[in-house]
Design a protein around this ligand. Structure first.
Ligand code: URA
Ligand code: SF4
Length: 205
């Protein structure tokens, strides 16, 4: 069975994690990606955000949330005056998964087995940072921490507890805002994202 566990260092500090990540062979996703994308931020923050996985641009730059979804996220943070330096941002799966379409690389959702395989990295990050709250962005991160049957639209915005994290909340993914089929849906999803971020921020301080 696929798991990153043998590749995660015994010492869970961010430096050790970042040094070990490029050597992970915990699932097949390292094969086609350009590079692994580690989390970004300081170990002293009290909020941790978990996205799904790197996209095309993150894969090329080696940093999380540098694409249009990242812009949506940063707009939401700006609206609630939350300084990005006060959060740590990472992904549930740390290699880009895609299919080629001519020159373009199209994002593919990770499988549950890949999400589970990569979870030891996430748990090591929790341990390194000990955030007061973990905010899952979208269904993949929620699946990793809250379980495969978690209902995002039913239970978003609630502070929950799991064996993996004492306080965890899930909200909509910024990409869902971008993919919304009309303006009203887009506004609604953006407000959910912003309001849930604000609630998590208030809880953590
Ligand atoms: N960029 C990321 O790093 N993660 C996502 O989930 C989406 C965009
Ligand atoms: Fe390891 Fe995660 Fe990359 Fe799979 S996706 S190879 S488990 S870092």
């Amino acid at each position: 069975i696929s798991t990153a566990a043998p590749f995660v260092p015994a010492k869970h500090n961010l430096t050790a994690i970042r040094e070990a990540l490029p050597h992970c062979r915990g699932c097949e996703l390292y094969r086609c990606a350009t590079q692994v994308v580690p989390g970004a931020g300081r170990a002293t923050v009290s909020i941790m955000l978990v996205g799904e996985q790197p996209g095309d641009q993150e894969d090329l730059q080696g940093k999380p949330f540098v694409d249009p979804a990242g812009e949506v996220l940063h707009r939401a943070l700006a609206e609630i005056s939350l300084d990005p330096a006060q959060i740590y941002v990472t992904n549930a799966v740390k290699h880009f998964k895609f299919v080629r379409n001519g020159k373009r690389r199209l994002h593919k959702n990770p499988r549950m087995s890949e999400i589970t395989a990569c979870r030891p990295w996430l748990l090591a990050e929790f341990d390194a940072i000990k955030p007061k709250i973990v905010l899952c962005l979208g269904a993949s991160a929620a699946k990793s921490i809250l379980g495969g049957t978690f209902g995002l639209m039913r239970d978003r915005g609630k502070i929950l507890s799991t064996p993996f994290a004492e306080h965890v909340m899930a909200t909509v993914h910024p990409s869902a805002v971008l993919r919304a089929r009309d303006h009203a849906t887009r506004d609604l999803l953006f407000r959910h994202l912003r309001d849930d971020l604000e609630a998590a921020f208030k809880f953590a301080r």
